[in-house]
Ligand binder design. Structure first.
Ligand SMILES: N[C@@H](CCC(=O)N[C@@H](CS)C(=O)NCC(=O)O)C(=O)O
Length: 196
């Protein structure tokens, strides 16, 4: 199977989760602006939505959307999913929240004018604040890393790069997840593909 990605963007969450799950996969880097793939060809012909991530299975089926890909990864590796009553729905609840309330605001923030930018940053920080309150035991669902942490990590890391004043628990969380060997491996692989 092949993960279509752009270095450092939201597909990094899927990349980290898939490595954490021990899955075997190839990578194809997509130029964010031109939609050209490093291996040649127009990405829009692979994924008509034109955005990353996309996961192509060996039978040719394409899965898109961070929520769907991360939920699929959690089904392959139950250690990356929360436990307990309603666990599956709690995971979908969290992934949808990150996708719709946080992730979706970033492109709007980046192209907004100043007054709207401030309001959008405040909205994003409010949601980050809410999630930071869940990190007392280390991760969103307690003491173990789940696919939702891969997603929140990438969002908070992006916000830190934009100099958002993150709550300290979230900055520590970003540093902790960034230091995980698998995260380092994903970052190294993404950097390698960029240079190729
Ligand atoms: N709804 C999609 C959004 C993915 C998304 O926003 N991808 C961005 C990078 S983080 C992208 O490829 N943007 C380029 C574009 O929209 O042309 C998902 O959650 O997977």
């Amino acid at each position: 199977m092949k993960l279509f990605f752009s270095p450092g963007f939201s597909s990094l969450a899927d990349h980290i989760a898939m490595l954490e799950a021990g899955l075997q996969f190839e990578l194809e880097v997509v130029d964010f602006e031109t939609k050209r793939m490093a291996g040649g060809g127009n990405y829009v012909e692979v994924n008509p939505k034109g955005y990353i991530p996309a996961l192509r299975f060996d039978d040719g089926q394409l899965l898109t959307e961070n929520v769907a890909i991360l939920a699929w990864v959690a089904d392959q590796a139950p250690q990356l999913a929360p436990a307990g009553p309603l666990a599956r729905y709690r995971l979908l609840e969290m992934l949808s929240f990150i996708a719709c309330e946080i992730h979706k605001r970033f492109p709007i923030y980046l192209s907004a004018s100043d007054p709207s930018k401030t309001a959008l940053r405040e909205d994003i920080l409010r949601w980050f604040g809410l999630l930071a309150g869940r990190l007392k035991n280390g991760y969103l669902f307690g003491e173990t890393f789940t696919v939702a942490d891969a997603y929140l990590f990438v969002m908070a890391r992006g916000a830190a790069a934009l100099e958002f004043p993150l709550p300290p628990q979230l900055s520590d969380y970003v540093a902790r997840i960034e230091a995980r060997p698998i995260t380092q491996e994903a970052l190294r692989r993404e950097a390698q593909h960029t240079q190729a």
